[in-house]
Each structure stands twice: as C-alpha cells, then as structure tokens.
Design a binder for this molecule. Sequence first.
Ligand SMILES: Cc1cc2nc3c(=O)[nH]c(=O)nc-3n(C[C@H](O)[C@H](O)[C@H](O)COP(=O)(O)OP(=O)(O)OC[C@H]3O[C@@H](n4cnc5c(N)ncnc54)[C@H](O)[C@@H]3O)c2cc1C
Length: 403
Amino acid sequence: MFETPQKLWSGAPAWSARAGAVTTTFLTSGISADVVIVGAGITGALLASALSEAGLEVVIIDQRPPLQGSIRASTALLQYDLDQPLLKLTAQIGCDSAVQAWQRSRLALDSLYGRINHLGIECDLRHRPSLLLAGNLLSAAEMDDEVRLRRAAGLYCSLLSSEALSREFEFRHTAAIHCQGNFTADPILLTLGFLAHAQSLGAQIVAPEKVVEVVPGNRVLVKTSSFDVSCRYVVYATGYHVDPELLPENSSLVGTYVMVTKPQPERLWRHESLIAEASSPYFYARTTSDGRIMCGGEDEIWHGKDHCEAKLSAKTKVLEEKLSQLFPQADATAETSWCGAFGNSVTGLPTIGPIPGRQNCYGVFAFGGNGITFAAMAADLITARLTGVTCPNDSLFGYTIRR
Ligand SMILES: Cc1cc2nc3c(=O)[nH]c(=O)nc-3n(C[C@H](O)[C@H](O)[C@H](O)COP(=O)(O)OP(=O)(O)OC[C@H]3O[C@@H](n4cnc5c(N)ncnc54)[C@H](O)[C@@H]3O)c2cc1C
C-alpha cells in the first residue's frame, strides 16, 4: 500500500533553510502560462530554469514555503554512478538500455555542472572521486566484471584491491571501484540558484498554495483553492509527494536516515572521496565544506513519519558504528541527525515523461539515490519534449503507471 507522506523529513537537517531568500508571488485570480510546474524543489527549479531559458512562460506552485520539501534532507552527492551497478542493470533491462541509462546519467551530471558554471551559481560545488565498496549487492569478485563493462561503455573507472584502497585512500575494505567526475554541493544553494535564474527570466513562484486538481486537455487547467491557471502543459515535480494514482510502476517509498559529525577537517580521509557501500542495508558518506562527515542509509520500508522519527535515535547509533568501523580515525559522534521519505525504483532509474491518458501532463519521479542528477536529466528531456525536439533516450525513462 502506498502512503503519500504529509511531511517529508523529521529531525534537524544540517542545511539552513534560507526560505526568505525566495521572492514569491501572491495570486487571487486566474492567469495563463505556457507551463505550470507543481513543486519548487530542485526538480522544479531545474525545470523552471531550463524551460524559461527556452522561452516558455513558467509558473511554479508549491504547497509549502520554498525549500521545505525533501531537498532540505538531501545529502547532495552529485553522482552519475547509478544505484544499480551496470552488471545488474544489464541483467534487468538488457545491455543496450543499461549502457544508455548509465551514459545518459553521466551526461546529465556533465550538463548540470555546465549549467552551474555557466550561470555562476555559488553552491559549494566540489569535485570528488567516488569509491564504491564491495558488499552484499556487488561482491569483490563481481567488481572486476563491473569495471570491464563500464570501461566498454566509455565510463572509465578502476578496481582497487584491499591493499591499494588502504594505501591510497586509507580505508580498510576488501575491494572498491574508484571513479572520477562526481561532486558534492549545498542542495539549498543549488536550488536557490536555479530558482533565481528562472525568476530572472520571468518565472513566477506561487507559494504556499496547494494544487488541488489538474484537468488535462488541449489546454490544461491547474486548480488551487484560490485561483486557476490555464496552461499548455503541467509538469509534476512533487518529489516523494506522489498522488497514488500517478505512482510509476515498480516504485516504492522508504524511510532513510542521515547523521552529521562536528567539524574535524584534520581527521577526514584522503581526497574526501564519496563513499558508498554496495550493500543492503545501504551506507554512504561524504564530507562537507566545513570539514564534517555526513553519512546515511539504513533504509527500510516507509511506515510514515512517526515510525521514522521513533527510530531516529537507534538508527543514528548504527550509522555512528558503521562510520567508526570504516574510518576509525574519525570522531563518529553525531552532532545532528534526521530522517526522511525517499523514493526507490526497482531498476534505480527515474520516470520522466508524458503521463499516460492525461493530455499535456508530464511527470518527473526522480527516484533513487541520484535524485539530483535525475532532476537535471528531466530538465533536459522535458524541455526537449515541450519545445518539439526529438530526444533519443526518451523511451528509457518512460512512464508506466502502477496498477
Ligand atoms: C535523506 C536524503 C538524502 C538524499 N541524498 C541524495 C544524494 O546524495 N544525491 C542525490 O542526487 N539525491 C539525493 N536525495 C534525493 C534528492 O534530494 C531528491 O531527489 C530531491 O530532493 C527531490 O527533489 P524534488 O524537487 O523532486 O522534491 P521536493 O524537494 O520534495 O519538492 C517537491 C515539492 O512539491 C511540493 N508539492 C507536492 N504536492 C504538491 C501539490 N499538490 N501542490 C503544490 N505543491 C506540491 C512539495 O511541497 C515540495 O516542496 C536524497 C533525498 C533524501 C531524502
């Protein structure tokens, strides 16, 4: 049974809210626009920026004040490597599609990096290498095949033995895949930057105002309790607030947990790589610009916010223990922690595209650990669609509604 969360996170996320930094519009009567985007998180922000740049008149509507959705809870590892190793995705959807999905993810991250630089968005963007540690989802033995497959797809990476890992990265583990080309960022500054860019091109942000009904058609009518917007297209960028009728096939919600240590710049691991363990339950870690360690995982089926909150303290302890085992030099004590809803898909791929049976309605469900990379991918794909450009990878992420 799918339960739509009312509140997406609990606890004390480390990113400051900065909601006042966004100017919102107050509407009481109907207007028209080319595109209405429902949701002002990172997905809505990237879409609004790209669509406005393409010359479309955009209105973003959010039921909350800006930046209060799951972007507040995000750990913002900007990675192209997908949750599902290429080897495993190949077994699920075939080699051609799996390779295309991985390559498209890489291109989406490059495109995001290009946009951030081009627009001069200051969001604490830092280049970081990644280490995928062997685990129960990808063993040390399977990592050799994974590396060979990725290299064949043009995605350079290398296999590190236990000795190389400890010598070059100061980690004790059986094996890891090392790759370059990923980043960390401050997710709030990132979102603010793209919202500001969209606004500078005329996009309006209306918040707080809930969209209560969408009537598809040749022109779509988007209704709130105060006003209607008549538009050519609506795009749902509602994150993990999915209307159960629109939930894509093979997707589900989990509860996930994050903790952050106090600053300890002198004790961080070499190169401050992004760390992920190919395991269930999941574990990952990054560093922050002020020298903290942020780590998370311990996902389990979503049973609502209260359940997540009740487990936060115990889950924080598990994260502290895992961090301490992996990296004994660090002070693994949590200074703050939080939990949140998180969307998963069976393939680890997002759903992006027209919603079946709803004329001119589009959905972006950037589920999986690469939500921000997928949001950037969605901005490229949806902008192409709405401006009449044929996109070669469109069908890879197409929409099938869960029955
Ligand atoms: C703990 C955690 C860690 C994560 N770590 C990473 C990571 O390291 N890397 C990564 O790439 N991704 C990560 N993600 C995922 C990434 O942060 C998400 O993909 C992203 O935050 C979702 O952004 P969004 O804009 O789609 O959703 P949101 O930020 O939730 O925004 C959606 C907005 O839609 C609004 N809305 C919903 N329904 C309506 C309605 N009917 N009317 C009006 N408004 C509505 C909501 O109020 C909300 O503000 C993480 C997520 C979590 C929770």
